[in-house]
Design a protein around this ligand. Sequence first.
Ligand code: HEM
Length: 136
Amino acid sequence: MHPPVPLLLPHKAESTVELCSYIVPKNTQVLINVWTMGRDPNIWENPTSFEPERFLNSNMDFKGQDFELIPFGAGRRICPGLPLAYRMLYLMLASLLHTFNWKLEDGLKPEDMDMEENFGLTLQKAIPLKAIPIKI
Ligand code: HEM
């Protein structure tokens, strides 16, 4: 739902190609809107609902083979940082969750958090998350 790079990086068609019955002329700049793909009800059931368990019994992967979910892109220009990024993300998040309990500021409930986004080359939370650690 919140891909860090919402339009991937700009690509350029090296030659004229036909894609899904659309003609893409040579030299066209092509942006891939993964932000919209992540919210497309034709692809995802309840797309805007946070249900990480939707992946539990699925073979779908984010490594560029399943085109519904390509936060790192796909093909030749896929993010070369993918192997580092996903190891570090799990390690950092798991370490933080393992070491602390967490609460939101001013008794804010998770379901009431403002999830608006600021668009740019990268996507950021409009209102930064303030999570307060409590040492276990
Ligand atoms: C969660 C973390 C990250 C995400 C979601 C991410 C996502 C992306 C995306 C979407 C692209 C464009 C792919 C395309 O256009 O098809 C990209 C390109 C790239 N990423 Fe990442 N990235 C992440 C972390 C990293 C890290 C840790 C590094 C380096 C250590 C890195 C280095 C690069 C480079 C050099 C490119 C350009 C590749 C090219 O154009 O050939 N990324 N990344």
